[in-house]
Design a protein around this ligand. Structure first.
Ligand code: PLP
Length: 386
């Protein structure tokens, strides 16, 4: 047992204090400014974030989950509709589809990149064409790929299939601020895209916050109405919700956005050091698809003895999390409820038993990373497996 400080899986406190002066000034601005909801900070952040991303419009929301729900609702997707997504994701992805009133339909992930497998999507659509029974009379309207861990899904292949079948595309970018594929940013491929600014995300607030991004001015205008009771000039034109980005979180995001590229660079440098240090270890390392820029929201390794590996690291004072210990369809709230026609969820179910996220955040001290590498070098899997 080591006497050293614990190595944390993430440290939003240190990441925020690294920009502490700007964050304190932002909080002071709101305190003395007198606008707390829908004011200049929110407007400035929407413009700055859209500009940083290279998208036409960003609409601030109270969370990433709300942004997904609003993305579905602006596309008129709701009761009577079904939406394809993955089960290997944060439960929020699936929860947002149900909150919009639609049925989530689950498809497997690619075993290398861990994101929605276009071949499985094609097989699922073929299956449903032969037997639409699993949809229970609902109409399949959209596909919701998740750019998990910071790596974009195979968007060209997914978009091609969606175009052929007349399906809308909503991207879940909650873990992919700054990721790109073939030079094109995650969040600019689909009809719209949802971002989360939960404190541990690549861009994090000091509370809940999110944004819906789109290239379509009408979708953006509708999202602005729906996030505030369906209001236009304070009269409800359609039933909406309350999901506004508050001024305090927007101000903090304005203070942190200018550092996002440097923070992402630091995440990539840490990932490369893991890769170099783990080359001879019997662990599965994350694969980066050709043309992909991975922003390492997580650095996820694989071992058939994951639980023993996690316990080994814990004995060295290293705290690792699993993202996520159960696929969505395995969790009590969803078990047996969500259709997964076609080839099923075999890769997802194998993955969730083997994955482990190594500590990675922009201010991770080098000494902590060295301790992780040393502990992994001392790891002896039983029976010599991985
Ligand atoms: C964090 C996350 C969300 C939800 O965002 P919140 O801001 O927590 O509501 C959705 N999808 C994925 C993949 C996430 O990681």
């Amino acid at each position: 047992m080591t006497e050293d400080a614990a190595v944390l899986p993430a440290d939003p406190r240190a990441d925020t204090l690294a920009h502490g002066d700007a964050v304190r000034a932002a909080i002071e601005r709101v305190l003395s400014g007198g606008h707390y909801i829908q004011g200049p900070e929110g407007e400035a952040f929407e413009e700055a974030f859209a500009g940083w991303l290279g998208a036409a419009h960003a609409v601030g929301t109270a969370s990433g989950t709300d942004a997904i729900e609003l993305g579905l609702r602006v596309l008129d997707i709701g009761p009577g509709d079904a939406v394809v997504t993955v089960s290997h994701t944060a439960v929020a992805t699936v929860a947002a589809i149900e909150r919009a009133g639609a049925l989530p339909v689950l498809v497997d992930v690619d075993p290398e990149r861990y994101t929605l497998d276009p071949d499985c999507l094609a097989a699922l659509l073929e299956d449903l064409a032969g037997d639409p029974g699993p949809l229970g009379g609902r109409r399949l309207r959209a596909v919701l790929p998740v750019h998990l861990y910071g790596q974009p899904a195979d968007m060209p292949a997914i978009l091609e299939i969606c175009r052929r079948h007349g399906l809308r595309v909503i991207e879940d970018c909650a873990q992919a601020h700054g990721a790109s594929l073939d030079g094109r940013r995650a969040g600019t491929w689909g009809d719209c895209a949802a971002f989360s600014f939960y404190p541990t995300k690549n861009l994090g607030a000091l509370g809940d916050a999110g944004a819906l991004v789109t290239g379509d001015a009408e979708l953006a205008a509708r999202a602005r109405r729906l996030r505030e009771y369906g209001w236009a000039s304070r009269v409800s034109q359609e039933p909406g919700i309350n999901s506004r980005l508050d001024e305090l979180q927007a101000a903090i995001l304005n203070a942190k956005l200018p550092h996002l590229d440097a923070d992402n660079d630091r995440r990539c440098a840490i990932a490369e050091a893991y890769r170099a240090g783990l080359g001879s270890c019997a662990l599965g390392l994350p694969a980066v698809a050709p043309g992909a820029h991975h922003v390492y929201h997580q650095f996820v390794v694989r071992s058939t003895q994951r639980d023993a590996l996690q316990a080994h690291l814990r004995r060295h004072g290293i705290h690792c999390l699993v993202h996520y210990p159960m696929a969505v369809h395995q969790q009590p709230a969803y078990r047996g409820r969500l259709p997964a026609p076609g080839p099923g969820l075999g890769h997802t179910e194998t993955l969730v038993r083997e994955i482990l996220s190594l500590p990675l955040y922009p201010t991770l001290p080098d000494t902590h990373q060295e301790r992780v590498l040393a502990a992994l070098a001392a790891w002896r899997p039983a029976g010599g497996g991985s």
